[in-house]
Design a protein around this ligand. Structure first.
Ligand code: SF4
Length: 408
């Protein structure tokens, strides 16, 4: 029997007071709570943990390679060798693009790329051999080191599944590393579904990467992708899996809620997109599950003109915004200009602040950053504060992240 209105109100009140909910309560609220009440609770939790600050990172997007061994049914980024747009960036191309970003004031170099193309494409192996590497992950680490040393920007690598040695090397040059969990649903690997031909989307492999990053004390970005065929309960399971990782290692610096967008050229071209209300409900549940202290992010460009509504659901971060490069993963969805983002955010009584690729609460913790990266991060902060940027990351109070007590 579904819970009564009174029971729902009590569950929301308890969620707000404790800042944490159990899976059984999450299922009840997700299925039965009226959206306005759910959003109000998420908003109150965000206010408790984050005040009125909403952050973003000024980044340049570096698509190191579009070759990928996976074939996710919603992807427009990946290419096979020989297709238009198939490319491995040379070190010269990486540096030229990074310099353009630096000149435009970017502080984050976001490396996004296909997953392990050398496993199936001789062309990828040959490119890497000519550069002196065996694996894409080794080449990536070298490119991150180059960008850190030559431009002073902070790399954030997002290369797909990683093993412990690759993570350990990336840690030497990255301010944070990312891998979207996307979903814990193994069901989506079945024939005809989103991950049928995507061996790197096996949920246990992705969870293992997140776990290894935790052991290595790497500030980590992850999240879920909604609308690719998962059920709402599976979304909740994914959020609880992320929470469990954070409870164990304390290394999850942000959780992204990303919505599927249909594009004509993908196998899922006719798959329905999640509605704005569905997105709001999911973000609000993420805030209730992850608690007031977690950084919860939704990309503004994937909600087009309705992006300011995402603030109603408890997000406190807009993610990376690039003044120089498009969103290569969703090339049809331009980022709002930073001034537009500021106007819309501040019109709703929030303060928009620029942050680095590492959140302040992690920068304050010695164990979470390699010394060489810490030095660069401090230089960026000093430059920002001497430029008198009151809306910058440096002006934010540093708060230690509180790990919610386990409640499963
Ligand atoms: S979403 Fe990522 S892993 Fe999947 S095909 Fe595209 S680039 Fe490859």
């Amino acid at each position: 029997m579904p819970p009564s209105d009174l029971q729902i109100a009590d569950l929301l009140k308890a969620a707000l007071e404790s800042g944490s909910i159990k899976p059984s309560v999450a299922q009840q609220l997700a299925a039965s709570a009226p959206l306005p009440e759910l959003l109000a609770t998420a908003t109150a939790l965000r206010a408790r943990g984050k005040g009125t600050v909403v952050s973003f990172s000024r980044k340049v997007f570096i698509p190191l390679t579009t070759l990928c061994r996976d074939y996710c049914s919603y992807c427009t980024f990946r290419k096979d060798p020989g297709q238009p747009g198939a490319h491995f960036m040379t070190p010269e191309e990486v540096l030229a693009l990074a310099e353009r970003g630096r000149a435009a004031g970017c502080k984050e170099a976001l490396f996004s790329l296909g997953d392990q193309p050398e496993r199936i494409f001789p062309e990828a192996r040959e490119f890497l051999r000519r550069q002196g590497y065996r694996r894409t992950l080794d080449y990536l680490a070298a490119m991150c080191e180059m960008v850190l040393d030559k431009t002073g920007m902070l790399p954030h690598a997002n290369p797909g599944v990683m093993d412990a040695p690759a993570l350990a090397r990336l840690r030497e040059s990255n301010a944070s590393v990312g891998l979207m969990l996307e979903t814990v649903s193994v069901r989506l690997m079945r024939e005809g579904l989103a991950h049928t031909k995507a061996p790197d989307k096996v949920p246990s492999l992705r969870l293992r990467t997140i776990e290894e990053a935790g052991k290595l004390r790497i500030p980590f970005t992850t999240g879920i992708l909604i609308g690719i065929g998962e059920t709402f309960d599976e979304r909740l399971d994914s959020l609880f899996a992320i929470r469990a990782m954070h409870q164990k290692f304390g290394h999850i610096q942000e959780v992204i809620i990303q919505n599927f967008r249909a594009k004509p050229e993908i196998p899922m071209a006719h798959h329905p997109e999640p509605s704005v209300d569905d997105m709001l409900r999911t973000i609000a549940m993420a805030r209730l599950i992850l608690g007031p202290e977690m950084n919860v992010q939704a990309p503004p460009n994937l909600s087009y003109d309705e992006f300011p509504r995402l603030l109603e659901a408890g997000i406190n971060d807009w993610g990376g915004i690039s003044p120089v490069t498009k969103d290569f993963i969703n090339p049809e969805a331009a980022w709002p200009h930073i001034e537009n983002l500021r106007r819309e955010t501040e019109a709703r009584s929030f303060v928009l602040r620029e942050r680095l690729a590492i959140y302040p609460e992690f920068l304050a913790r010695e164990e979470f950053l390699a010394p060489r990266v810490r030095t660069r991060a401090q230089e960026l902060l000093t430059r920002q504060s001497s430029a008198g940027n009151a809306n910058s990351y440096a002006a934010q109070p540093v708060r230690k992240i509180k790990v919610q007590a386990a409640s499963r």
